[in-house]
Every structure is written in C-alpha cells, then in structure tokens.
Design a protein around this ligand. Sequence first.
Ligand SMILES: [Cu+2]
Length: 350
Amino acid sequence: MKSFPILSLIASLIGSAQAHGVFSTLFVDGVSQGDGKCLRTSFTIDKITSPITELDSPDMACGIVGQTPAPDICPIKAGAKLSFEFRLWASGSPPGTIDSSHLGPMAIYAKQVHNTSEDPTGTGWFKLWEYGYDEGSHTWATEKLIANDGIVSVQIPGTMPTGQYLIRPEILALHNLAAGPAQFYTGCAQMEVKGGSSKPLEIPTDHLVSIPGYIKASDPAVNFNSHPDAVKNFPYIPGGPKVYEFPGSTESDDIAFGPLNGPVPSSSTATYTTASIPAATPETSSPSYGGVDKGLAVSFDGTCGITVGFTCLTSVYGDCCSSKGWCGSTQAYCSTFVGCQPQFGACKQS
Ligand SMILES: [Cu+2]
C-alpha cells in the first residue's frame, strides 16, 4: 500500500495546480456591475487565479494585479448590499467557484481612500465581516461559498461615511499546509459610497490594520491545516483585526451566504457620534497642538485646511496639515518651516 499516499499526493498537487479562484464580479443590490467592472483584476492573464502565498507581498492588498487601478468606480448607496463572485476562472469557463479542496475562512475588508486609484497597500484597512469554521454544521466559509454559487454578500452600513473606498473580499485556503503555505485569494472593488454619514470615518485604531502586514507566517490563523486528513484542534480563530461594527450595523451570515436577490434589512438610521478630539498635551519633543480649533471635523479624505474645514488631528492620514492642505505625519507635513498649518493639526518646530 506504499504507492497509495504517493498517488494521492500527486493527485492533490495536480488538483491544487489546476483549480484555484478569482474575484470576478461585483453585484450591487443583486445587480451585476459587469464582469471585472470596477475591479482591480485581469481577464487576460492566467495567473490571476493563482494563490498569494507571500504574506508580505503587495499583492496581499488587492491581488496579483492589484497595484493597477481599475478605470472605473462603482457608486454605492450607503445601506446597499454588495455581493462578490468568486470563480475558478475569470471568464467563468469552465464554470465553478474554487476547488472544493480549498477549505478555509473568508473575510471582507474595506479601506477609505482619497482616490480609488491610490496604492492600496499600507494602513487604513478594517474588517467588515468574517466567517471561519462553524463547529455546529462542520462547515468552513469556502464550503458555504461554493454552496452559494461563489457568491458572498455584505451590507454596506447605512452609517458608513460618504466617500471613496476599496473593498476587499478574501479567501484563505488552508488545505495544502502539509505541502506548502496558506493560500490567499483576494481582489479589490473600487467604490464610492453615496448618501452615507457626512461625519468622518472613525475606526478605532485597534481595528485598523496594514495590508500587507496584518497577518504573519507564524500566526495560528495561517497554520491550521483544514485538510480532511489533518488532526484539527477547533475552534479555528480567524486572523487579522476584529470585525468593526458600524453604529446600527446589521451584518449577518444570513446575508453573507444568502441568495443574490435575497432581502436585506432596511438601512440603519443610527446616528453617528464623533469622538471628541483629544485635549492638547504638548511636549517639547512631540508635535504641538497649539491653536487647533476643537470644533473642526477630522479629515476623512486626507484633505485639511481652511477651504475644506478639516483638521488632521486624529485622522488616519496623520496628525499634521501641510501647506498644501494634505494630512500626513512626515517632516514634509509636520515642519513649521515648510508651512505646516498649526490651526488644522499638529506641527513641529523643526
Ligand atoms: Cu488552489
């Protein structure tokens, strides 16, 4: 019987070489936006379906061609349902979602951007939804996905601030750990949320991560062998940050793996409260917060200054407002000698 494990290994290697997956299509309230539309993907290169296995690769952010912006942006009403289709091949031929061997968790991340053509790598990413392994039904997220014809959905919170975002569905396949690393499959849709909160996006810093960087090769979440033959020690704990729940958010797994045209709860009308700006605590070695008007809204898009009326203080882009009206945290933004604007953020006398 010595040949059997070898044959089965060869079979599994062939299987994993042939049948991967790709995020191919975005749906808004059940309506396809068109294959590839608004997505940072490619329908002409075969490797687009290949797994990403180097966790520090920029490909982790938006996929294998994810550094290249899509030419379009899909407008989304706050409260809309977004659905993401994964396919074996971008073209849909031959049909399929991802090979059923690819057992593992899924998540959906988002990042607010000044412009959807931005480099997607770096901080600002937060998690809207995740699904690991359900011990009650003995089901991994990818099994739910395959059973749902490759569709996973999330409701954009009604209180999500208006603005441009990248949204990033993720599959983490853990079936092949005996032979190789964990496999990520991801991509990004470029979208503009309309009719949401006019308040700035305020994600607690412990919910914000950098991609790549949010998961390391040593993390238990990427070292849990999901292969049916592997000895497993549940529960499986997904990696990355905790899911950020917007005020009045209604995320549920019923929506996630429900039908494309299934009902969605009416969008939330919860009011948004702006966190108060921390009191000034000047120290000689750190930026001074001298003249900041505490009534200013925190920049949600990286702009600042008198014309937009935003402060950079506590913004995700950095605390300092440059002479040209952009938030940042380096010398070019923070030095008073190059025009840092102390009334719209922190500045340094150097
Ligand atoms: Cu694969």
